[in-house]
Design a protein around this ligand. Sequence first.
Ligand code: 9RB
Ligand code: ZN
Length: 366
Amino acid sequence: MTTGYVWNELYGWHHTGSYAGLLPPSLISQPYQHFESPESKQRFHSLVETSGLAKHLVRIDAVPATDEDILRAHTPEHLARIKSESALPKGGDAGDGTSPFGFQGFEIAALAAGGSIAALNAVLDGTVTNSYALVRPPGHHARPETGMGFCIFANASIAIKHAQAANPDLRVVTVDWDVHHGNGTQAVFYDDPSVLTISLHQDDLFPRDSGRITERGEGAGEGFAINVPLPAGTGNGGYLHAIHEVVIPAIRRFAPDVIVVPSGFDASAYDPLGRMSVTASGYRAMTRLLMDVAEEVCGGRIMMTHEGGYSPTYVPLCGVSVLSEMSGVPVDVIHEVYTGYDTMPEQVLSPWQSDAIAAARAAAQI
Ligand code: 9RB
Ligand code: ZN
């Protein structure tokens, strides 16, 4: 078994400017960084190198997505606007006023989409069994007509549509474990029965009023969107229960050719933007469960593409835990640090979490 890995130094150069988290700098908000800064991603890549994992992975080169690739998921107006703002000396914003990018941000966003394309291609052509695209900027909030939530282009969707252009029969399940709703991926495939989108997320966090269990797809795609909104505070017990109760049965029933995971580590106990309690070992256990069901239905084929995760110190541990599980390469250092949250009470499945998961399962008619 081999695991592919994408990283490009330019992902660290995507420039979200001078903010104080999400606030523009002012006399009451001292200029600092935007939440979506390079830190967590660059440090994740550093740990991939320093842990020794990198030498066991197959490094995959990102190639920029072409206009044709991007236009499979986006409107010509969105692409044109990003290109023109990207040519301005101070860059622009992907659509909602909180998703800034710098001069030539278009080129980096196209390289992020291209990294996801390359990672999925490598899995589908058998170069590797599974792969992780550590790309930036993220993509799962980007809708056909706009970017939002720090996302410019819909990286996972663009990769899936690229693969379907070569193989129109390709059927895909997406399992989005970022703490926020994968609304963009859902929107791209909402009327499309060839892609089952599943999102686990903190209930009504971001975007607001999005990701409810009543959102199930439309037209030919009805029943091919599944949402599992989880109460704030959910930890490993709740997440693993949701995977067992909803995600695995849905994947078995759909029997995809490949599983794509928009992978955010902002459901972690240390994340400043989410209020969930997943730990590195929780992310590792979710990876194991997805690998087992992938083995059963699609030859183990999984591609993960990076989304959110804003703890500079903890994201690398979650990421390397996932990559260690995907590749079967043990990384001991993970077990020696930051394990305190693994035994906290919030890791145990609560009745209100299991009720929420049962409701999501019933809505998905599983
Ligand atoms: C808006 C605001 C946000 C936007 C994005 C995130 C996280 C994204 C992520 C969190 C909060 C505010 C639109 C504040 O990690 N996705 O995976 N908040 N955005 N004010 N307004 C008007
Ligand atoms: Zn997120």
